[in-house]
Design a protein around this ligand. Sequence first.
Ligand code: C2E
Ligand code: MG
Ligand code: MG
Ligand code: MG
Length: 284
Amino acid sequence: HAKALGRSQICIYNHSMQEKTKERLHLFNDLHQAILDNAFSLVFQPQLDDENHIIGAEVLCRWVNRGQSVSPDVFISAAEETNLILPLGRWLVMESCRTLKQWRDAELLPTSFNRLAINISAAQFMDPKFEEFITEAIRYHKLCPKLLELELTETLFMGDKHIIREKMSALSLLGFTFALDDFGTGYSSLSYLQRLPINKLKIDRSFVMDILDSKTPISIVDSIIQLGQNLKMDIIAEGVETNDQCAYLSNHGCHSFQGYLFSRPLTEENFLKFIRNHSSQQDV
Ligand code: C2E
Ligand code: MG
Ligand code: MG
Ligand code: MG
């Protein structure tokens, strides 16, 4: 009996492995096709300061495949596993620049708006053509590099430290700024952080969630804020969902926020509406 059971378990295992592999192959195929078809779209999540000014936005990618929206956590990591992140990443940068240029030309942005943040995958950043490409994208759209904030994650720092430092320094000299995304969840050596031209730490949502949780004895958020202050970096918190979290952050030295409390990521049309409504509220 045990033997029979064992064998059937093995069969089930093989079957689900096969299914998984098949699903992944479909995903890669669809992703490849989606890149050829330009089937992605962008959404924009506002970033605010504690005087309620819109100081920027983060661009996030969206993909609806066969009628179903696929989470970026799924398709971005699939794109990263293949080289598809390179063409997708180039499209994201071009489309972000094009959109930003339009907003500026039409004077749709408030004066407080000073950054559009773009997520850059490690593989995309390590592409030898990255610097040339992003510089060209900026030049083509007649934008100032200061307007783009490149969001990197700590996974990048598992790569060649020397190359990373050189690339970041070169881009920083050109005027691009860097934010360290999901800060605190990944790998970074603190002494190394200090030697990189990082302008901003972005406190990960998981720490923001813990803020008023009495089960967490010490506040990681406080430590990150202090670290950022010591390193002379700006600090923004992501995933801010409640007024209590926002008040805590503000009282502890973090004055920039992004999260559902203010707005979900919005389509371009709705983002522009958000800006208009927001400025009319500020006028009264
Ligand atoms: P991320 O860069 O840390 O982006 C923040 C994620 O948190 C977004 O999820 C956003 O929708 C979500 N979020 C924002 N505020 C809140 C909140 O108050 N509560 C909760 N529960 N969630 C909030 P999204 O859009 O699903 O993206 C997930 C991840 O996928 C991103 O994390 C980023 O790592 C990656 N990603 C998304 N778009 C791009 C892209 O264009 N390029 C690259 N390389 N990665 C991207
Ligand atoms: Mg991000
Ligand atoms: Mg993040
Ligand atoms: Mg995060």
